[in-house]
Ligand binder design. Structure first.
Ligand code: ADP
Ligand code: MG
Length: 255
């Protein structure tokens, strides 16, 4: 049986950029198998939080732990290998087919290595075949199976966002960090992405930390919500509680 994903624990993290405090003593916990939404106005520090979690930004103080393992200040590839994968707010993928991109997502898992696969050694060939089969399963899970051999450049914007999503899943993460997964999508694509998030959580047994401006989506998907404003946590709780919180209304409406 599959084990529960480990708890992701962010404790008292502070990030400063030349005079600006982007995160100010932030603490949050993503419970095993839950969807935790991180919301807040533009500039609140949401992407900075993801950069700390994925090793792209070093906090001045504070710790990040995944289960019993400290992730703080590890290099991005080490964090990815420990089971934390992310998507980016802006699409970076433009080259190759969907299959190419998903296979790239699996390189961190490759045992045979580049030299062996370049020489087409039998173990590397078998491993490559297994990786391709797994990428196809993940493409099916996110609704990209019909486009598996299609160049990414020929896909719609919504489908390209799905490639980003699938590529993160190809790392077999235990924790998935999604930075604005439905930004720029139409209503049908948004609804479909929400379903995919629910499906992958159920089928792959992972936890999700979700940054998203679409409040309807947050309310439908999240078990817990943390609200940031100017790098500080101003509220935390169920979607219903947070929606009614006067501090949250003030931060969003500026009243
Ligand atoms: P959000 O994702 O919530 O919109 P960000 O985490 O991107 O917010 O940004 C938080 C604050 O930190 C903003 O004021 C932003 O301008 C600043 N910031 C983010 N990254 C950098 C950086 N690399 N250098 C300087 N300031 C930055
Ligand atoms: Mg952002």
């Amino acid at each position: 049986a599959r084990t529960d994903p480990p708890t992701l624990d962010v404790h008292d993290v502070t990030v400063r950029f030349a005079g600006l405090t982007a995160l100010d003593g932030l603490s949050l916990t993503v419970a095993p198998g839950s969807v935790h939404a991180l919301i807040g106005p533009n500039g609140a520090g949401k992407s900075t939080c993801f950069n700390v979690l994925s090793g792209l930004c070093r906090p001045a103080t504070g710790t990040v732990r995944l289960g019993g393992t400290e992730l703080t200040r590890l290099a991005p590839h080490r964090i990815a290998a420990l089971g934390v994968a992310r998507t980016f707010q802006n699409i970076v993928t433009t080259d190759g087919t969907v299959a190419d991109n998903l296979l790239l997502g699996r390189h961190a898992l490759s045992r045979a290595g580049f030299a062996a696969s370049a020489l087409r050694l039998p173990t590397a060939v078998r491993e490559q075949r297994e990786h391709r089969a797994r990428c196809r399963e993940i493409a099916e899970l996110v609704g990209l199976d019909a486009h598996f051999d299609t160049p990414v450049a020929a896909l719609s914007y919504g489908d390209r966002k799905r490639v980003e999503f699938a590529r993160a899943l190809c790392l077999e993460p235990r924790v998935l960090l999604l930075d604005e997964p439905v930004a720029g999508m139409n209503a049908a694509e948004r609804a479909r992405t929400a379903e995919v998030v629910r499906d992958v959580r159920a089928h792959l047994g992972l936890s999700v930390l979700l940054v998203e401006h679409d409040m309807g989506l947050v309310m439908r998907l999240a078990d817990e919500v943390t609200v940031l404003d100017f790098g500080r946590r101003i509220a935390h709780g169920s979607p219903e509680d947070v929606q009614r919180d006067p501090e949250v209304l003030r931060a969003y409406l500026g009243t």
